[in-house]
Design a protein around this ligand. Structure first.
Ligand SMILES: Cc1ncc(COP(=O)(O)O)c(C=O)c1O
Length: 448
């Protein structure tokens, strides 16, 4: 019998099964109700995962086309990464990150520096993507002396108070309106057209500043918007943006927390346009499954931070955590040794191609788009409007057949795929077939 990792879906119970449903009830009694979405169709509780397979507490095996929020580019529980974590856990699990750190922190920053566009890169490690964004925004303010931020419609940069200001989705911000920094202006993101308008808005914002008289010091952008529904900007946008922002003396931050480290079939998504940011944020895949993020930039920008005299202006208890650093070093080895960047490119092309032919002519599939293994399927109602909540409906239908997907898009009308680069061609084929069935079943019942 094949091992978990190489399996196709195997369902033993209805989904969610009885044990998942029992855990959901217990969770309802102890977790803040805002966190985990509980419904008759969600969630399944994970017990074990390997490669592209997840096994839940009822023994059901799924194909994971989410990569667990895009983290598992190398597959779940990659043996080399797991072995490295196990070895590290037996030696040292925690140190004094910014006081008496580990050699792992040095090695990891050296490796990241080598991957970066800058020979003199300097970095600040952190645990979550949001925190890397916070560090980037602080760096930009230190470097420019300006507090205004230019972000983009659809942007997702995290939910901590600083990063939330640069996140566009109003429903995340509205309840905290008085706490969220007001000096942010949002320009249109030119996905599928609108380049000239977007650049005109950028020019205006750079000239006029953000609301409440904050001149723009930071321009933050996802080279491909992930959570907004895999929105790919028009060719030339990033290059023009960098040129305009730098001319205006602002610091350009590329948030590659989702797209970085191979996900889109190149090491970084910005390389598609051969541009260079001033700061680069990574997270998600970086920690090989453990929490880790980083903000990197060249010395000329990062030296805006003062020399530490014993109290760092930005640090945290778990900065440079030994387990996360060890896992990240192992992940970077695997990325290289197993050619995951090239595999993401090839496998992504294969999956998107199969999806296009499976869904060809299906009314309500507005677009299948993506780069590498970041793929979005946009759903529309028969009248052509975004199919609100269509992504979640597909996720529920796909889950019931053994396939994990996630919704995305401002209207929840996109099915987002960010699977591991290690899946077999058979798994890709079966996953696409299950997804096409789920999409058709949702569209058949969709309102006109
Ligand atoms: C582009 C981007 N930036 C930042 C974040 C926030 O990362 P985290 O959830 O680890 O704080 C995310 C998370 O999805 C993201 O996709």
């Amino acid at each position: 019998m094949s091992q978990l990792g190489a399996l196709l879906p195997q369902l033993r119970t209805a989904v969610p099964g009885p044990r998942s449903m029992a855990f959901a009830e217990r969770l309802r009694g102890v977790e803040s109700r805002n966190v985990t979405y509980l419904s008759p169709h969600f969630p399944v509780f994970w017990e074990e995962a390997a490669g592209v397979n997840v096994r839940d507490v009822d023994g059901n095996v799924y194909l994971d086309f989410t990569g667990a929020f895009g983290v598992s580019l190398a597959g779940h529980a990659h043996p080399a990464i797991t072995a490295r974590i196990r070895r590290q856990a037996q030696t040292l699990t925690h140190a004094l990150g910014d006081v008496h750190p580990t050699a792992l922190k040095v090695e990891l920053l050296e490796r990241l520096s080598d991957l970066s566009p800058w020979p003199d890169a300097r970095g600040v490690l952190a645990s979550t993507g949001s925190e890397a964004v916070e560090i980037a925004l602080k760096t930009a303010e230190l470097a420019t002396g300006r507090s205004g931020i230019l972000s983009f419609q659809g942007a997702y940069h995290g939910l901590t108070l600083g990063s939330l200001a640069a996140t566009a989705r109003p429903e995340f911000k509205e309840p905290f309106r008085k706490r969220v920094f007001e000096g942010v202006v949002f320009a249109p993101f030119p996905a599928g057209g609108g380049l000239a308008d977007a650049l005109a808005a950028v020019e205006r914002a750079l000239n006029e500043g953000a609301p409440a008289g904050h001149p723009i010091g930071a321009v933050i952008v996802e080279p491909i918007q992930g959570r907004a529904g895999v929105r790919i900007p028009e060719e030339g946008f990033l290059a023009a943006l960098v040129e305009m922002a730098q001319r205006a003396g602002a610091v350009v931050i590329f948030d590659e927390i989702f797209t970085g480290l191979g996900r889109t079939g190149s090491m970084f998504a910005f390389q598609h346009e051969r541009v260079e940011p001033d700061l680069l944020c990574m997270g998600k895949a970086l920690g090989g499954g453990l929490p880790l993020s980083v903000c990197l930039g060249p010395e000329r920008i990062m030296s805006a931070w003062p020399q530490s005299t014993g109290e760092a202006l930005h640090t945290s208890t778990f900065l440079g955590h030994p387990l996360s650093c060890a896992a990240a070093l192992a992940f970077l080895d695997v990325l290289d040794e197993e050619n995951l960047v090239e595999r993401a490119d090839a496998l992504g092309g294969e999956i998107a191609g199969r999806l296009r032919s499976e869904l060809d002519g299906v009314v309500g599939v507005a677009e299948v788009r993506g780069r590498g293994l970041l793929i979005g399927i946009e759903l529309a109602s028969a009248g052509g409007r975004p199919l609100e909540g269509g992504g979640a409906a597909v996720a529920a239908a796909a889950l019931a057949s053994g396939l994990l997907t996630l919704p995305a898009g401002d209207a929840g009308n996109v099915v987002e795929l960010a699977p591991p680069a290690t899946m077999t061609s058979e798994q890709a084929q079966v996953g696409v077939e299950l997804l096409a069935v789920a999409i058709r079943s949702v569209l058949d019942g969709a309102p006109a």
